[in-house]
Design a binder for this molecule. Structure first.
Ligand code: CA
Ligand code: CA
Length: 84
């Protein structure tokens, strides 16, 4: 699973607390239905200027969408963010 071999990375994990991530999730979830769909995910990445192609974004979206229902819920978002 996680490899705690880098000190800096570990410190970062501790600063990213779940409350902050839930706030971030609400910002990303623009229509407030409690789920982030692919369009909302795309807007997030475009806002971050991640410079990813549509295809790369789809691959990333599928990686985060652990239960494969085509939408990212808060739990999936938090576990993605904390494992990055
Ligand atoms: Ca939504
Ligand atoms: Ca999901």
């Amino acid at each position: 699973m996680f490899q705690y071999d880098k000190g800096d990375e570990m410190a970062y994990r501790h600063t990213a607390d779940v409350g902050e991530l839930q706030k971030e999730f609400i910002v990303v979830d623009r229509d407030r239905d409690g789920l982030v769909d692919f369009d909302e995910f795309k807007e997030l990445l475009n806002g971050l200027e991640a410079g990813m192609s549509e295809e790369e974004m789809q691959i990333g979206f599928r990686e985060i969408d652990l239960n494969g229902d085509g939408r990212i819920d808060c739990e999936e978002f938090v576990s993605w963010w904390s494992s990055d």
